[in-house]
Design a protein around this ligand. Structure first.
Ligand code: AMP
Ligand code: MG
Length: 402
């Protein structure tokens, strides 16, 4: 099995190793951002009854064939007597959302009437069905309102509340361990001694996991076989393992060797891409292992390209890749032949309303500001040569992009 694979092959091999997480039931009010595990059907219709779209008067349109017309005011529609029958030839006062009284078939809005004691003068023509919201116009009884594999947004929660879904079946939150390696790395809360740097990948990956719908616990281990083995032994209960650094070919890159000795097998160890060429993927005791390069940009790009969609797939989301669009380049890019290039890009809309994109500037894999400035990744496929101004490229929106 080749270990140095294309981006497409890397995706295929990762997908093959993933399984969908179990479902659990949660209160609707705790379900924001969760992914549905089964379709939700509405037991009844919405709205449940014909009701008024306006403040005004309910009547039978045929009782006011010519205007102006004067009708006796029979009553005000009330929550205490929602079924009260409208007598023939009369009208009833009604407010927006109140049920249309039996016998009425239209509502004339208040601005088109004059109320005078117990009589109402209708000044404008009225047609059957006017200003009436029929039962079921929003949702029909038995209809699926939210299908399986959907992320619950505030709008979905609104819909589910109105059909009475007090609890929803959602996928379990993926529990992810982030193993940060490197003797030169100290926790970001400490002042690094000479030659050391703060850990930025740990907090960054934890945040990325969170925005991908998971929960991450970050652990640190030094570049030492025993320390790695001891730390890894505490991480067997997770749904995915994300390793930062130590996966490359340097003398201190021991994670692969240690994981292999503990039973992991590898689907690939390098990808034809830049940044993030030393990205490797394997499975350890059923747990997918994403070996991200230590450089902050490489690690973030690999997370976006591989780990985020993998978590979405484990959550059973039907849409597990970020949305893509075609944009026109406004600056030339330099690429390396044979490698799929992920430039960090800023996409904007031109005056004509077309998408344009440029890079965020210097693209070195240690320049994490290039990731912060970006709203998209620009994909330059491995077979392409240096793309020029005006060429069309595919962009993949980063989370948080407008
Ligand atoms: P590695 O993949 O371990 O060879 O690391 C490559 C580069 O990324 C080195 O310059 C490291 O210092 C840097 N690096 C590794 N891990 C981290 C981290 N957690 N936070 C910030 N930089 C890191
Ligand atoms: Mg290292």
């Amino acid at each position: 099995m080749p270990q140095f694979v294309s981006v497409a092959e890397a995706h295929t091999r990762i997908q093959k190793a993933l399984t969908t997480l179990d479902a659990e039931s949660v209160a609707l009010t705790d379900a924001l951002g969760r992914t549905t595990a089964e379709p939700v059907r509405s037991p009844g219709s919405l709205p449940p009854f014909d009701n008024s779209a306006m403040d005004g008067y309910a009547l039978r349109a045929a009782d006011a064939p010519d205007v102006p017309a004067v009708l006796p005011l029979a009553f005000s529609v009330s929550i205490d007597a929602p079924e009260r029958q409208l007598p023939g030839g009369a009208c009833a006062r009604i407010t927006t959302g109140q049920p249309l009284p039996p016998g009425a078939d239209a509502v004339i809005r208040v601005e088109r009437t004059e109320e005078d004691g117990d009589r109402v003068r209708i000044t404008h023509p009225v047609n059957e069905g006017q200003n009436v919201r029929p039962a079921g116009e929003n949702v029909q009884a038995g209809e699926t309102v939210v299908s399986e594999g959907q992320v619950l947004t505030p709008a979905a929660i609104s819909l589910l509340a109105s059909v009475g879904a007090a609890e929803v079946s959602v996928r379990r939150v993926p529990q992810v361990a982030v193993l940060v390696t490197g003797d030169e790395i100290v926790p970001h809360t400490e002042t690094p001694p000479p030659g050391a740097i703060r850990d930025s990948n740990g907090p960054a990956l934890q945040a990325m996991v969170h925005t991908a719908g998971g929960e991450a616990r970050v652990v640190h281990a030094s570049d030492n076989r025993q320390a790695l083995r001891d730390t890894l032994a505490t991480l067997r209960d997770v749904d995915a393992l994300v390793v930062s650094g130590g996966m490359s070919v340097g003398r201190d890159d021991l994670v692969r060797e240690v994981l292999t000795s503990m039973g992991a097998s590898w689907a690939f160890s390098k990808v034809k891409q830049r940044p993030g060429k030393p990205f490797g993927f394997g499975v350890w005791d059923g747990v997918p292992v994403f070996g991200l390069p230590g450089n902050p940009v490489s690690s973030a790009v690999c997370f976006e390209v591989y780990v985020r969609p993998a978590l979405a797939r484990m959550l059973g989301r039907d849409q597990f890749h970020r949305p893509r669009h075609v944009a026109t380049l406004t600056e030339p890019l330099r690429v390396k032949a044979g490698l799929h290039y992920f430039a960090r890009g800023i996409a904007t809309s031109s005056e004509e309303g077309c998408l344009e994109v440029c890079s965020t500037g210097a693209q070195g894999s240690g320049i994490s500001r290039s990731m912060w400035a970006a709203n998209c990744l620009i994909h330059i496929e491995e077979e392409r040569t240096d793309p020029q101004v005006g060429e069309r490229v595919e962009i993949e929106w980063l989370p948080g992009a407008p």
